[in-house]
Design a protein around this ligand. Structure first.
Ligand SMILES: Cc1cc2nc3c(=O)[nH]c(=O)nc-3n(C[C@H](O)[C@H](O)[C@H](O)COP(=O)(O)OP(=O)(O)OC[C@H]3O[C@@H](n4cnc5c(N)ncnc54)[C@H](O)[C@@H]3O)c2cc1C
Length: 461
């Protein structure tokens, strides 16, 4: 056996500089930060974290790993809970931002988060925008539309450095999937004019939970409208009274998190149905930039790794009053009153309305073949404390896998897509997500990563 095979981790150390090779013994806090997962249960506590500084190092590491049995995974920000037993390749050093005014293109290092993008874009071209995430701390998820993602620099499973545009089949597979075909070093995105930046109105409007039936009517009415502009959106969640004591709340609150790029006057008309509720608490702000709007979500990142969590994100075309009420019932009865250890403290429910749309080019341009007309998402999450016993984990999983979707979607479930690529758990059905595209994705996986070294759920045909 060659020396490089005998002790592969030791050999790996020779391929990188000492500060690119992190172990718990050598650099505990940096190792922990670079391997943290959103769900504590998904952290496999890798033996080593490699944090390459250059694409050449990334390439030589992946090339070497290709011919070993080491279990490895590429990670950007860990909000999709990327982890591995032996080696995590943390991409956080790839965090550059580059604005090209001539081509209206933004190049982003694949290891940065959306927060960094918003800060830099506001400085470089405040009236331009790319389609980006709502949560500043997360990494770049499953970008799907061909008109948004222009190219990506890649390292293939055998270490080859290349660009996605040179491999149309691979590029197609990268659009809209959870990855697993190649390591991405940087993305090139097309920007679009966004003259309203700086005039955004939005933020939380809190409504006592006892008003749920009327709120459900308001949400359903908004979803049923054909004339809403894509620059108006909202998400809705529930907060327990225990964490609202600073407001003097004596009951749980429904939070309508409003967004209107056309400004305060327009927003107050669009959301009058929410603002006018008796007891509504208006925490909205006006004249915001997109950076300031997304900053309202900045604290979410602090929850990373604090709990073991599971989720199911259901993509839907329309949200009815019944669905809203069933979802609230799932949150209150199955989750908040759950008797399994810490499960009752961790559940959440999120309606993301107008967060999803048909491809602007064609359905075939993305590997995620969402049925035409999908516009909204119902996201249900359940979990338990990071050190909870397996029985709590099983219960949390059951709530989002079996109980929630059946209760919320009911007999209508065949018309909905249960789970989307950037919120996938091991129990979600790949066939239901990728449909007729799955066999083609498996062929592409076989061509570019036949031994599944860049671990992914889509396996080689
Ligand atoms: C609190 C929270 C809020 C969220 N909000 C939004 C939102 O507003 N909008 C939205 O679209 N999504 C949202 N998501 C979903 C999010 O987009 C996905 O979880 C996404 O995968 C997170 O990217 P990451 O880099 O942080 O994850 P990671 O865990 O680092 O990676 C996720 C997957 O991508 C792979 N991967 C990571 N980096 C690379 C790379 N450089 N090359 C190849 N493969 C790679 C990993 O191997 C893994 O399979 C949210 C998730 C959470 C937990």
């Amino acid at each position: 056996m060659s020396p490089s095979r005998k002790d592969p981790l030791a050999h790996l150390a020779t391929l990188v500089s000492p500060d690119e090779y992190l172990t718990p013994e050598k650099s505990e806090s940096e190792y922990a930060a670079e391997s943290k997962t959103w769900s504590a249960a998904r952290n496999e506590h890798p033996a080593v974290v490699i944090r390459p500084q250059t694409i050449e190092t990334l390439s030589s590491v992946i090339k070497y790993l290709h011919d070993t049995n080491l279990d490895y995974k590429v990670r950007s920000r860990g909000f999709g809970s990327a982890s591995a037993r032996d080696v995590v390749i943390s991409m956080t050093a790839f965090d550059e931002f580059e604005w090209d005014a001539a081509t209206q293109t933004v190049t982003l290092g694949a290891g940065a988060n959306w927060g960094k993008y918003y800060v830099e874009m506001e400085k470089a071209a405040p009236k331009q925008m790319i389609v980006a995430g709502r949560t500043p701390s997360i990494g770049y998820g499953a970008v799907s539309d061909a008109s948004n993602l222009q190219d990506a620099q890649l390292v293939l499973a055998d270490g080859t450095i290349t660009w996605a545009s040179q491999h149309p089949d691979l590029f197609w597979a990268l659009r809209g999937t959870e990855g697993g075909f190649a390591a991405v070093a940087r993305f090139k995105f097309n920007a679009k004019p966004f003259p309203e930046n700086g005039n955004i109105w939005g933020g939380p409007i809190m409504i006592p939970r006892e008003k749920a039936p009327e709120v459900a009517k308001g949400i359903a009415a908004m979803c049923a409208r054909e004339d809403t502009n894509p620059k108006v959106a909202l998400f809705v969640y529930v907060l327990k009274k225990e964490i609202l004591h600073f407001l003097g709340a004596d009951q749980d609150m429904l939070v309508i998190h409003a967004y209107d790029a056309f400004g305060e006057e327009h927003g107050r008309k669009e959301f009058a149905w929410a603002l006018d509720f008796e007891g509504a608490i208006d925490k909205t702000r006006s004249q915001m930039t997109m950076r300031e709007m997304t900053d309202l979500q900045a604290n979410l990142g602090e929850l990373q790794g604090k709990q073991s969590a599971f989720w199911t994100a259901m993509a839907i075309a329309t949200l009815t009053e019944d669905m809203v009420l069933s979802a609230l019932d799932w949150w209150a009865t199955d989750n908040a009153q759950n008797k399994h250890g810490s499960v009752a403290d961790q559940g959440y429910l999120l309606f993301e309305l107008f967060s999803c749309r048909d491809n602007l080019t064609s359905q075939a341009s993305s590997a995620w073949p969402r049925p035409l007309g999908f516009k909204h998402m119902v996201l249900i999450g359940s979990g338990c404390s990071a050190d909870a016993p397996d029985s709590d984990l099983r219960e949390a999983k059951r709530l989002v896998r079996d109980v929630g979707p059946a209760k919320i979607l009911g007999a209508e479930s065949a018309k909905h897509m249960v789970a989307i690529p950037n919120a996938m758990e091991d129990f979600h059905d790949l066939k239901a997500i990728y449909g007729e595209n799955l066999p083609r994705l498996q062929e592409i996986k076989k061509k570019y990563d036949p031994n599944n070294r860049i671990k992914g759920r889509i396996l080689p045909a």
